[in-house]
Ligand binder design. Structure first.
Ligand code: ATP
Ligand code: MG
Length: 326
């Protein structure tokens, strides 16, 4: 049995990119693996957060995990800051990583662009992410394509420490889906869909109302050619919409292209609204049942306890191998 770990930040509403790139894999993997799914609240404070909002968002993401099908009887679900090992291990890894390799991270470059000085946490974020993964002796990390570089860094740090000290860490592999690994922003198909983008019509959140979903899809950027064809290079907008259509409907892209042969973007977009609303409605219904239940808090407390046992075991090994403590 393999160990699986992944996390999502509790910042804003989870969007279909998060769902199709990461959460969908969480559900598939829990059948045959030992899965640990975290709400990474300490990552979200790399940018300023309102404390009340942050706690609300943390519970929202936890409820969404369960609403999409993560099953707490099969998987551990918990909040990152409830297990102290994450920040403890993060420091040890910080001392074994280099400013040069962190400076190459494209996410840091994107998120700090135009700022004279960026929060240190934004810079060292990939180290905390490496700690999240290594703390649980993780074999597989299901994430979207945008995290490839961070997973690579995590592997480099683990290998570096294993070579320098006694073998301390399992070296993990990323797991990326073919179709959903990189859902692009609806208003700009050159950028990935993101929670932190300003324009709400750049994304579809899992809890969006049907009227908002309609608006966002109908105004999505396309091109002037008029044919519905998969062509990432020349038709990134339509290609992105085809991808979304395909994963939500279960139909192959080629089948969809055939269905819309000779038809206009308006027709295609209208149907995509329907396919998307149909896929998201049951998730939203389950979310509403779970969000304010006692069960949710119980799941997170129980999850933190179980995760904490594994984390403590790893930290003991790390401290022994580094000569820390007595
Ligand atoms: P932010 O812009 O604040 O970083 P985010 O949308 O990137 O938000 P995260 O919490 O950082 O969300 O990422 C959660 C998971 O969703 C990660 O596995 C990430 O790779 C995946 N993910 C994020 N955006 C996309 C996307 N557009 N397509 C596919 N997967 C994505
Ligand atoms: Mg992100």
């Amino acid at each position: 049995m393999k160990r699986v770990f992944s996390g999502v930040q509790p910042t804003g509403n989870i969007h279909i990119g998060n769902y199709l790139g990461a959460l969908k894999q969480f559900v598939e993997l829990q059948e045959e693996n030992e899965c640990i799914y975290c709400i990474v609240d300490m990552h979200s404070i790399t940018v300023p957060q309102d404390p009340k909002e942050l706690r609300k968002n943390t519970l929202d993401v936890a409820a969404l995990y369960l609403a999409v099908g993560v099953d707490p009887s099969k998987s551990i679900v918990f909040v990152q800051s409830d297990v102290p090992g994450h920040s403890e291990l993060s420091w040890v890894l910080t001392c074994n990583s280099y400013t040069g390799e962190l400076s190459r991270m494209t996410q840091f470059k994107d998120k700090s662009k135009g700022k004279e000085s960026a929060p240190t946490g934004l810079f060292t974020y990939p180290i905390l992410m490496a700690a999240d993964i290594l703390l649980y002796d993780t074999d597989i990390v299901p994430v979207g394509n945008d995290q490839k570089q961070h997973i690579e860094l995590c592997r480099d740090i683990a290998i570096r420490i294993n070579n320098k000290y006694k073998k301390t860490f399992v070296v993990p592999d990323g797991r990326f889906l073919k179709a959903g690994a990189r859902i692009m922003a609806l208003d700009d198909p050159e950028k990935k869909m993101s929670k932190s983008a300003e324009n709400i019509h750049s994304r579809i959140s899992l809890l969006d109302e049907p009227s908002k979903i309609k608006k966002s899809i109908m105004r999505a950027t396309t091109d002037s050619e008029g044919s519905i064809r998969f062509d990432p290079e020349n038709k990134p907008g339509i290609t992105n919409l085809l991808n979304i259509y395909s994963v939500f409907s279960g139909k192959d892209i080629s089948e969809i292209e055939k269905d819309y042969d000779g038809r206009g973007y308006g027709d295609f977009k209208k149907d995509l609204v329907e396919v998307t609303v149909d896929a998201l409605t049951p998730i939203k219904e389950r979310f509403n049942e779970i969000r304010n239940s006692e069960e949710l808090i119980k799941t997170l407390k129980d999850g933190a306890e179980r995760a904490g046992v594994i984390a403590e075991r790893t930290m003991k090994r790390v401290k022994d191998n580094f000569g820390l403590g007595i």
